[in-house]
Ligand binder design. Sequence first.
Ligand SMILES: [Zn+2]
Length: 260
Amino acid sequence: LPLHPLQNIPVLAYHKISSEKEFGITTVSPQRFSQQMGWLHQNGYRTITFKQLETDQVLPEKPVILTFDDAFSCVYHEAFPVMTKYGFTGVLFVVTDFIGNYALWEPLKVQQKYRHLNERELHELQNNGFEIASHSCGHPFIVDLSEAELSDELRRSAQDLKAQFKSDIHSFCFPYGRYNRRVVDAALDAGYRYLTGNVSFTNTFPEIIARRSVYQTDSMRSFRKKLRVPVKRMSGGMVMEKMIQTGGLASIYTRKLQNI
Ligand SMILES: [Zn+2]
């Protein structure tokens, strides 16, 4: 199966950077995050964004792309100060109907107390080289949507971001990392050029950029392994990631059952 042309650039996915324990496994502590950034810099890695691939700018010798799903306010308060120290940037996957708002799209009350980056914070990050990208309007389980709803999530999110941040929106991250042929085609149709989600064992699409998620449980050793490219879709670490991602989906199904 052909891999994405970006296969030789490691892409990492972060969610929350926080010292709060109840955040769960997708949270990385600020200390650990700082250690990871320091290691990257010391080992010659330099960050780029998807957007930078659209220019004729010469790429660094060891590029890495750091992505932040959901664009929570902790990216500004915890990650940004550390990244600035090393001249690093990242890609912010914004849930556009929740800019500056609490994560009310989350199924669990305990997760709803976290705030998304507001417009001022997003602007400041953008001014410092971060890419503004779409993670849909309302973070739905996108493969379940009708054609009209799907089109709205893909197109309106990009239009809103373009209007607010005066920048073309090239990149999209599928909510919950889930996608199928229909939604991948719709996203390409909507004009996105960089699509990302979870790397799946069963549904592997050449259009999807392979990313590795960084978790609370990662040691420096497992972190370093996540920088290996191209991503081998069946490694031990991948099985672990898949289990965590499936656990996340359990809460969506719970909500669906409650709604019946
Ligand atoms: Zn998300």
